[in-house]
Design a protein around this ligand. Structure first.
Ligand SMILES: C[S@@+](CC[C@H](N)C(=O)[O-])C[C@H]1O[C@@H](n2cnc3c(N)ncnc32)[C@H](O)[C@@H]1O
Length: 392
């Protein structure tokens, strides 16, 4: 029998509480995190062969649990994470994703999966309300597929203008400039609320709105760290009773990219930071690329030229850059190995957030669930909270 939402959330919260130190300490660039030293993991992680590392980055908890010679407590952590993150996959759409006008292949695939889920669940909605509608691709697709009117609510006026232009000729589709949470929004009992990659605080606003107005909801959240508050409080009573409160700077772990990271991009960043620090610039991690375009950031030569010029500093030499890059590559290798346990907990945290939202809806009377809506290749942020409105 599938465990209840409540039981799954309690298990996820217990896991996060038990390994809180790992979740909360990222560690400095060139030092072993305290939790790795305390548990005697650093030697094992640091010596992990390249193939095993890549396998774990792609395979996640089951791959870590299967590592030969891994410390027993690391294996126990990986096994528990594997159990917590095991989420049912939504059936894939029967028809191939239709390329939506102006949308990437990945966005078209995400929209097709969400539309297929709404069809499969047979939500009997008279109107779709797409919250954080962005370019409006999902709004248009749902209006067409469910043959209902659809309104996109979006706080960014320029996006709304572009969404309206794309929807020209679709009479059933409208967009409004609204900052959900700041402005009052009321949903009708026969609405279906949706949010695709509803970022930061918007995801919790949407859950609160759906619970209050007792409507059906499909929500795929992302970027939980984009909140103004210092911490995210649990949305559900179960989550609050289990102290599922997570600081903003820790929430970003749940949004971590899954798969093999772009090693050269990371090494370029670290090498740039090294060049700046060598000239006495006091930097926090991430500050080194401020003011640089994504194109300039890609190559150390261009990035260093720009970053140094911006600060009125002398340019770097080729041998200096080569040395910084070589040391940065070695550092990235070690950082990737040391990051594995935290990445596991990041995956568990992402599932815990989704379970907490689903449980909050269940506590408000809805029938709620969490499913993996599309493959990671379409987006690693692929967990959907799905709720059928409470019966009236
Ligand atoms: C990651 S984008 C996703 C857009 C679109 N749903 C998609 O999947 O392409 C999130 C969108 O939500 C909008 N947004 C964020 N917070 C909002 C709020 N409180 N009210 C309305 N829109 C919001 C952002 O401006 C952005 O367009």
């Amino acid at each position: 029998m599938t465990p209840s939402l409540e039981a799954r959330l309690v298990r996820a919260a217990a896991l996060l509480a038990a390994w809180r130190d790992v979740l909360e300490e990222r560690g400095a660039d060139d030092e072993a995190p305290g939790w790795a030293v305390r548990r005697g993991w650093d030697g094992f992680l640091g010596a992990l062969p390249d193939d095993d590392l890549a396998g774990c980055e792609v395979g996640g908890a089951p791959a870590v649990a299967a590592l030969a010679g891994a410390p027993g407590d690391l294996v126990a952590l990986a096994r528990e994470v594997a159990a917590v993150v095991a989420v049912r996959e939504a059936p894939p759409p029967v028809a191939p994703a239709e390329a939506l006008r102006g949308a990437s292949r990945r966005k078209s695939g995400q929209v097709a999966a969400l539309v297929a889920l709404c069809r499969e669940r047979g939500f009997d909605a008279r109107r779709v309300v797409d919250v954080g509608s962005g370019a409006g691709h999902l709004t248009r697709a749902l209006a067409q597929a469910l043959r209902v009117e659809a309104v996109g609510l979006e706080r960014d006026g320029a996006r709304v203008e572009r969404a309206r232009a794309r929807a020209a000729g679709h009479d059933a589709v409208a967009f409004e400039v609204v900052a959900v949470g700041a402005a009052p929004v009321a949903l009708r009992p026969t609405d279906l609320a949706v949010g695709l990659h509803a970022c930061g605080a918007l995801a919790d606003e949407l859950v609160a709105l759906a619970a209050r107005d007792r409507v059906a909801l499909v929500l795929v959240a992302c970027c939980p760290q984009k909140i103004d508050a210092a911490a995210r409080l649990a949305a559900s009573c179960t989550g609050r009773a289990r102290a599922l409160e997570v600081a903003r700077e820790v929430l970003g772990v749940a949004n971590a990219f899954e798969g093999t990271p772009d090693v050269e991009a990371l090494a370029t960043r670290i090498a740039l930071r090294r060049l700046l620090r060598a000239r006495g610039v006091d930097l926090r991690r991430g500050d080194e690329t401020h003011g640089l375009t994504p194109r300039v950031r890609r190559r150390l030569e261009a990035a260093a030229e720009r970053a140094l010029a911006l600060r009125g500093l002398a340019p770097s030499s080729e041998p200096e850059r080569q040395e910084a890059l070589a040391r940065a590559r070695a550092e990235v290798g070690l950082a990737r190995r040391r990051a594995l346990p935290r990445r596991l907990l990041g995956a568990a945290l992402e599932v815990a957030l989704a379970l907490d939202r689903a449980r909050a809806l269940e506590e408000a009377g809805a029938a709620a669930d969490v499913v993996r809506l599309f493959p990671r290749a379409l987006s690693p942020r692929n967990l959907a909270v799905v709720a059928r409105a409470p019966t009236r």
